[in-house]
Design a binder for this molecule. Structure first.
Ligand code: NAP
Length: 249
């Protein structure tokens, strides 16, 4: 029997749980957790994405600030803003939307976000904590979401063969570390992997994080495998599609 992992339903539940947590924080400490989101440039998709984050924050009781800056913003100006947010007591988390315009030194910018407020886990110190399976480390959101989906559906990870297609710094690599920390056997595939289908077919849990429509087809998946499709692609008709051929699989 096929079971669908309902991400939307889980997300609703989680937002409600966070709302209750925030109510408790506000009651006990009389402050709201605060998130600052920084976006450079006019990319409409990123603007919508950032606005949605702010809306969600407000809905569940966070304090939030959004900074929509020009794509001409200089390194110095952005570093100054990050510095201010780092020392702003009403802000507990800072998200700087990547990629940044080409004239900026991304490495320097993300390293400037204070370790405690680096909720995207871009700062190299937080990445090192993740590598070392530090229990107190912040978790990057997309891999954390994947782990949460599996947990909420009580899908065992220990001893399972997890195949991750994609090795980006925001999804594939951190996810592989989080899976290892949960005692999975992990294989990572990427654009130079030979015989992709033969490897994905071995997966008990298959994670597709590529960004190519329907790269994972039915004959690349074994019976009863658990599949998480991270991909968000626009097809030729402008529709949102995943990396997995959903119908076929
Ligand atoms: P990315 O930085 O572009 O990385 C893509 C990865 O896929 C790379 O490691 C690349 O290999 C690999 N790849 C490309 N072609 C391949 C092929 N033919 N066979 C096997 N591997 C291949 O992308 P990303 O930021 O990780 O995002 C991946 C997808 O997830 C995108 O669709 C993105 O929009 C989506 N995403 C969704 C969420 C969410 O919350 N739902 C969050 C983040 C990202 P190389 O390393 O060799 O180039």
């Amino acid at each position: 029997m096929t079971q669908i992992i309902d991400g939307k339903a889980i997300s609703k539940k989680i937002l409600y749980e966070i709302q209750l947590e925030i109510d408790k924080i506000v009651e006990k400490h009389e402050y709201k957790p605060g998130l600052a989101v920084v976006l450079l440039g006019e990319d409409p998709a990123s603007q919508i994405y950032v606005k949605k984050k702010v809306e969600t924050c407000e809905k569940i009781g966070f304090y939030s600030e959004a900074y929509f800056l020009s794509s001409e913003t200089t390194q110095k100006e952005l570093l100054l803003l990050i510095d201010e947010l780092n020392s702003e007591p009403s802000i507990h988390g800072i998200l700087v939307q990547l990629p940044l315009p080409k004239h900026l030194n991304e490495k320097e910018i993300i390293s400037a976000i204070s370790v405690e407020k680096d909720v995207d886990v871009f700062n190299p110190i937080n990445q090192a904590k993740l590598l070392l399976s530090d229990k107190n480390c912040l978790k990057p959101c997309t891999p954390a979401g994947i782990m949460e989906l599996l947990k909420r559906y009580e899908i065992p990870i220990e001893g399972q063969h997890v195949v991750i297609v994609g090795r980006s710094n925001i999804v594939g690599k951190p996810l592989s570390l989080m899976m290892l920390a949960e005692n999975a056997t992990v294989t990572i595939c990427h654009s130079k992997t030979k015989n992709l289908g033969e490897i994905t077919k071995q997966a008990d849990i298959l994670i597709a994080a590529v960004g190519k429509e329907h790269i994972i087809k039915a004959d690349m998946v074994k019976e009863n495998a658990v599949i998480i499709d991270v991909g968000t692609n626009r097809n030729s008709e402008g529709k949102l599609t995943g990396d997995v051929d959903y119908k076929g699989v």
